[in-house]
Design a protein around this ligand. Sequence first.
Ligand SMILES: O=P(O)(O)OP(=O)(O)OP(=O)(O)OC[C@H]1O[C@@H](n2cnc3c(O)ncnc32)[C@H](O)[C@@H]1O
Ligand SMILES: [Mg+2]
Length: 198
Amino acid sequence: MMNLTQLVLASHNAGKLKELQAMLGNAVQLRSIGEFSQVEPEETGLSFVENAILKARNAARISGLPALADDSGLAVDYLGGAPGIYSARYADGKGDAANNAKLLEALKDVPDSERGAQFVCVLALVRHADDPLPILCEGLWHGRILHAASGEHGFGYDPLFWVPERNVSSAELSPADKNQISHRARAMDLLRQRLSLK
Ligand SMILES: O=P(O)(O)OP(=O)(O)OP(=O)(O)OC[C@H]1O[C@@H](n2cnc3c(O)ncnc32)[C@H](O)[C@@H]1O
Ligand SMILES: [Mg+2]
């Protein structure tokens, strides 16, 4: 279908690169878009799908290579699905710690029964910048927002995300365990099937 030995990952997030490369194993080598450009495209879409496609096209254009993008985020039930596609910018670009602090504040005094949340991941793969048929795969991971951060692994909102099937936070899972069950793992399973990898 395409030369997958040279796939560029359209992400400036080191945590994503690590997880996606671990999931792909030796089948495909991901090159970071950071090798080609430090400029991050503006994520102007209204959906995870639109932003994933936008990032993939931008990376393919800059690198001249097929590109994989990951647009992801945390949708909190009590907040009507926020921060959602704005998860990275929730605290106005001040970073993971500020995002987490803002989320805890927004859910202050909200009982466990109303703290449900989903991690969402959309992967978009384009063969070239103007590809008329991007491959799209999505994954959801259901959990609950904790009252305080816990755990050192992962990145982003992981310390606040309670994983009911394991009784730990997502940041308390080993990287290998997270990569078996996360939203990103589910999306990647679908992508592997679509590409006939495995
Ligand atoms: O757009 P790129 O360059 O890929 O990097 P980014 O970090 O800006 O990525 P997004 O725009 O997709 O925003 C994703 C947000 O959701 C968070 N997030 C996504 N997946 C996560 C995960 O597995 N664990 C914790 N937080 C996650 C992440 O920390 C960001 O705040
Ligand atoms: Mg982003």
